[in-house]
Write a protein that binds this ligand. Structure first.
Ligand code: GLU
Length: 485
């Protein structure tokens, strides 16, 4: 490998539906790498055993592939610096944690979760930062070793200077400073032997020869810990840029409570990948001539990392839709036919629908009418039709809200799991299955009579279902008010 080669990466954690923020960060890394003939790496950061799931990993890859952003190295394509899935690299992290311990930069911590809560409480009473107080760093090494050898559960924490200032270099920002007193003695290795994000991320960026890191602003506050780790290991850190976070219209951090955040939602809605990337590009970049509609190829051609900008980029669905329209309008009819067919007007998609409608068609054309809601961006209906007989509007709103939460907890969005979610929420709210499905059917299909609902929902997918339910909840008066059951 040539020493000058630029190597960047995205490092998503497979803990949920693929987020548009991942595509946003991927886009900038990709453009930077490609504009320099460098390499773009996909690394899966799945060290959070409880929250990570291979289903999400597959969805992230599917979503990124759909955007058209491709990676040169990754868990599926391999590469010189693999494995690219952190759960397969735990021995590497353990060895590095040991190295830090041997050099006195890290120590074993035997504090139990209960002790940690007490420590935090005490510190907050004394107006100290609520991190760990470092008591185990003062344990004699022989005692610490004995306790570990006797099998006592422990984590490994990093040492942090007791005072002083950490300067974070980010070319997008003026000098950013952190007082070491507010930096926690971060756990590097958990008691189950798995690393935390900080250790794994730094070790991998180094071992994978990452030269530049472009990531979201939410990681800026982790930088002092990362700087220390680079220093402790004696490694040259990469140059790190923190891009502004995508925002809801009210400027809060983009959240699915206020905006659909899944890449797959936009795909299902009929947004084309070129438009999504164009839109995400505008969030922190301006083209030299100020043009608003462009392709990733054009972005790569003109890419200049110093043009990445801060500001509070608002994820404005109307703007995205406008950009989508601009891209569609510039396509030939042949290309448009191809896009529409690929989207939903194809035999594979129809084949999924057919078992739901095959006994209901009198004429072939009925197929369209029976399934029209599968192709609409939104469904239309009267508010009253959402509320089952003898139920109240607020009760309906709260029940649908609980139902959405229940759906969100399903990792596999399949008919049988969806059905169980209906049953659980029905029982919880004292609603019959009939009432609950009646209300959800309207929200999802806009129809009182429709093909079997659980199957319909599975085909529509969790993101579209969720969005339609959120629209229904909005119609019913929005968020759950305090004081309702
Ligand atoms: N695993 C982190 C995430 O999910 C990676 C952050 C980084 O790029 O360092 O966003």
């Amino acid at each position: 490998m040539n020493n000058e080669e630029i190597r960047v990466r995205i490092a998503p954690s497979p803990t949920g539906s693929p987020h548009v923020g991942t595509a946003y960060i991927a886009l900038f890394n990709y453009c930077f790498a490609k504009s320099h003939g460098g390499k773009f790496v996909l690394r899966i950061e799945d060290t959070d055993q409880e929250r990570s799931d291979p289903v999400y990993e597959a969805m992230i890859m599917e979503a990124l592939k759909w955007t058209g952003i491709s990676w040169d190295e990754g868990p599926d394509v391999g590469g010189e610096f693999g494995p690219y899935r952190q759960s397969e690299r735990t021995a590497i992290y353990r060895a590095h944690a040991q190295e830090l311990m041997d050099a006195g930069h890290a120590y074993r911590c035997f504090c139990t979760p209960e002790t940690l809560i007490t420590i935090r409480g005490e510190r907050s009473k004394h107006n100290l930062s609520t991190g760990y107080d470092g008591r185990c760093s003062r344990l004699e090494e022989t005692i610490s070793k004995q306790r570990a050898e006797a099998g006592e559960l422990h984590t490994i924490r990093m040492n942090v200077p007791a005072d002083g200032t950490c300067h974070v270099d980010d070319p997008m920002r003026d000098d950013v400073q952190f007082d070491y007193r507010v930096i926690d003695h971060q756990v590097l290795l958990k008691s189950n032997g798995f690393p935390t994000y900080h250790l794994a991320n730094v070790v991998d960026d180094h071992l994978m020869k990452i030269t530049h890191v472009i990531r979201g602003e939410d990681w800026l506050s982790s930088q002092p810990k990362h700087n220390l780790l680079y220093q402790y290991f004696g490694w040259q850190p990469p140059i790190v840029y923190h891009l502004p976070l995508l925002r809801n219209a009210d400027k809060s951090k983009l959240s699915k409570r206020k905006n659909p955040t899944s890449i797959l939602y936009y795909r299902e809605l009929g947004i084309i990948p070129e438009a999504l990337l164009n839109f995400l590009g505008l969030m922190a970049y301006s083209m030299p001539e100020g043009q608003e509609v462009f392709t990733v190829g054009e972005m790569v051609q003109h890419f200049d990392i110093s043009r990445m900008s801060l500001g509070g980029p608002v994820f404005d669905l109307q703007k995205l839709t406008w950009i989508n329209q601009q891209h569609l309008a510039s396509m030939s009819d042949d290309e448009l036919v191809r896009r529409v067919v690929n989207w939903r007007m194809n035999p594979a998609f129809f084949a999924k629908l057919m078992p739901l409608v095959n006994k209901r068609m009198h004429r072939l054309g009925d197929f369209i009418q029976l399934c029209d809601f599968m192709f609409f961006s939104n469904v239309d209906y009267e508010l009253e039709s959402l509320i089952p007989k003898k139920k109240e509007q607020n009760d309906t709103r709260d029940t649908l809200q609980l139902f959405v939460r229940e759906l969100e907890s399903l990792i596999r969005f399949e008919e049988s799991h969806i059905e169980s979610a209906f049953k659980r929420i029905g029982d919880m709210q004292g609603w019959s299955l009939r009432d609950l499905t009646a209300s959800v059917r309207i929200a999802i299909t806009g129809k009182k009579v429709a093909p079997p609902l659980f199957g319909v929902m599975e085909i529509l997918g969790s993101d579209l279902c969720r969005n339609r339910l959120m629209e229904a909840i909005k119609k019913l008066g929005g968020k759950k008010s305090t004081g309702t059951k």
